[in-house]
Design a protein around this ligand. Structure first.
Ligand SMILES: Nc1nc2c(c(=O)[nH]1)N[C@H]1C(S)=C(S)[C@@H](COP(=O)(O)O)O[C@H]1N2
Ligand SMILES: [Mo]
Length: 558
């Protein structure tokens, strides 16, 4: 009985200490968030640790995360960080029960870790970025110290007195006293009156901590939201000029009306998003500038957003694709972009293509969040519609897609061309500099591979009796799609009918009416690009330069 009872008391004290740790962690994160809202929202500890983790994640794990969690990968990462912080905080709380100073010091150590992560971010704004982690850690350490002090009692009890307390509590429990009183004794191990006070003291302190922290967190969120308001206002004020060179009208037959097929144009809200930003950069277009400089730039230039809008703009339909897209995967989308022809700006700056004797063969685009992307200068200047886009499907770029300005280059995967929130273009060479993804094992040059995707029927679908419409999209940007063929099981390749091709830079819809025999069937698709090359059946992983192989689905016909 006594043994069991001591155990229960220990468990109770442990639980209260763990709760103190959790509250300390909560207070730390909330005050850190509030401080970050005043300093720089991107400098919050969860963000800097999360982004550091993203940068250090081995490509195979990143691939797995994208495959498993898709667009939710960032949410999963943040929840993982919060769960880890919670667990560590609870453990520190229990540790603090025995060693109060050590527990508090542990919280400070995590603050130092956050501060170091903040300073090592490539987009760090300097020493101020350590503040959120430090303020949070000091708050957390204080909260832990105070709360655990209340769990332990007003004055530290020598172990003998502690035993007495146990005995007192035991007798209370044994004599049928309610657990509340039992708990009261537990706090002090001495007189009941002061015990009651102290329990109330703990509850009061814990409640106040929870309340104040929630307030601080909410205030932080509100202030961060307000910070983005200047950017939102500048976006709302954008008047998009009409293009000097309008997009060719989309041919009437480019969009098939088949349920389940990807629309020819992807609405902005459905457009895939791939980037490393845990906090979407909110850039004020009124203060934004773009610098062009580097090797072979005889006239370095800088442009404001308004200056870009005053230039002749081109409008083009272009399909974007991510190198992380698996065969049959969702990371491709097509939009109508409006922007400034990038080659014109480069020529104004005195840049010549490598084939014309220019010394720079790589263009490094830098974003406000310090992402770097390397694009071949030759491709940008070879006459294709490489642009600095200011609008997507008739509206200013959504913040998620790079407001105010991003790059778009037909035919190249996003990671070597499509810099969002761009702020700087530097001309250099492939020998001299490796950008972000190349440092992590991805190829320096990455033209988009020819792919065809079956959008409908879905994998493992049961199709009703009768003719089944098999349909999807195929892309080989800047080469175009010449043919799409479908194979049922191990049969012969049969030609699908193609929707009209808008331009060689966009994907092309295809359809294939199929009269299946009842039972299970494998449907496989392959495309032939505008150069006559048939999509390879050789399967490769996404890293280093994009997945190859053919998309195939298994369906059961009714
Ligand atoms: N600043 C910045 N730009 C970026 C990235 C990024 O992580 N940061 N990701 C690139 C990648 S990998 C792709 S595929 C495209 C995706 O553009 P989207 O999110 O608008 O679809 O953006 C590119 N531009
Ligand atoms: Mo990508």
């Amino acid at each position: 009985m006594r043994f069991v009872s001591i155990n229960r008391r220990t468990v109770e004290r442990g639980a209260l200490a763990a709760a103190s740790g959790l509250l300390a962690g909560y207070a730390a994160l909330a005050t850190a968030e509030l401080t970050a809202s005043l300093v720089r929202p991107q400098a919050g500890p969860v963000t800097v640790i999360g982004e550091s983790a993203i940068d250090r994640t081995p490509p195979a794990l990143k691939d797995f995360a994208i495959r498993t969690f898709g667009q939710n990968d960032k949410l999963v990462l943040q929840l993982g960080i919060l769960a880890t912080v919670g667990l560590l905080a609870a453990l520190l709380g229990v540790l603090a029960l025995r060693r109060r100073r050590t527990g508090a010091a542990g919280v400070l150590a995590f603050g130092a870790l956050g501060a170091a992560a903040a300073l090592s971010r490539p987009d760090t704004a300097g020493a101020g970025d350590v503040l959120p982690s430090l303020v949070g850690a000091v708050t957390g350490a204080l909260v832990l110290y105070l709360l655990v002090g209340k769990v332990n009692g007003p004055a530290a009890q020598p172990s003998g007195a502690d035993r007495t307390g146990n005995a007192a509590a035991d007798s209370g429990a044994d004599s049928g006293a309610d657990t509340g009183r039992d708990g009261d004794r537990d706090f002090t191990g001495s007189s009941g009156g002061s015990a009651a006070w102290n329990r109330r003291g703990f509850l009061f302190a814990a409640g106040a901590t929870a309340l104040l922290s929630t307030g601080a967190g909410a205030l932080g969120r509100a202030l961060t939201g307000r910070r983005g308001r200047g950017a939102a206002a500048s976006r709302a004020a954008v008047r998009l000029p009409s293009p000097a060179s309008a997009a060719a009208p989309i041919p009437a037959g480019a969009g098939l009306r088949i349920p389940g097929i990807s629309g020819f144009t992807t609405p902005n809200e459905d457009f895939y998003r791939v980037d490393t930003a845990l906090v979407v950069p909110k850039v004020d277009a009124d203060t934004w500038r773009l610098r062009i400089h580097g090797k072979g730039v005889s006239r370095p230039r800088s442009y404001s957003f308004a200056e870009l809008l005053q230039r002749p703009l081109i409008e083009r339909d272009i399909t974007l694709t991510c190198v992380s897209n698996e065969v049959g995967g969702p990371y491709a989308g097509s939009a109508r972009w409006l922007g400034v022809r990038l080659a014109d700006l480069l020529r104004e700056a005195g840049v010549r293509a490598p084939s014309r004797g220019g010394p720079a063969d790589q263009l490094i685009a830098r974003s406000v969040d310090a992402m770097t992307l390397g694009t071949p200068v030759e491709e940008v200047m070879d006459g294709r519609d490489a642009m600095l886009a200011v609008a997507m499907n008739g509206e200013p770029l959504p913040f998620e897609h790079g407001f105010p300005v991003r790059m778009v280059v037909p035919g190249l995967y996003g990671y070597v061309s499509a810099c969002k929130w761009i702020r700087d273009i530097e001309l250099t060479t492939f020998d001299a500099y490796d950008p972000y993804w190349v440092k992590r094992g991805w190829a320096r040059r990455a033209p988009i591979k020819t792919q065809a995707r079956i959008d409908t029927p879905k994998p493992f679908a049961r199709t009703p009796a009768g003719t089944v419409m098999v349909a999807g999209v195929a892309w080989a940007q800047h080469r175009g799609i010449e043919r799409v063929e479908v194979r049922v099981d191990d049969g012969a390749w049969q030609e699908a009918s193609l929707a009209a091709q808008a331009t060689t830079d966009t994907w092309r819809q295809w359809s294939f009416p199929w009269k299946p025999t009842p039972g299970g069937h494998h449907l496989t698709v392959r495309a032939t690009d505008g150069t006559g090359e048939v999509q390879t059946e050789r399967r490769t992983r996404t890293i280093p330069d994009g997945a190859s192989g053919r998309h195939s689905v298994f369906v059961t016909a009714g």
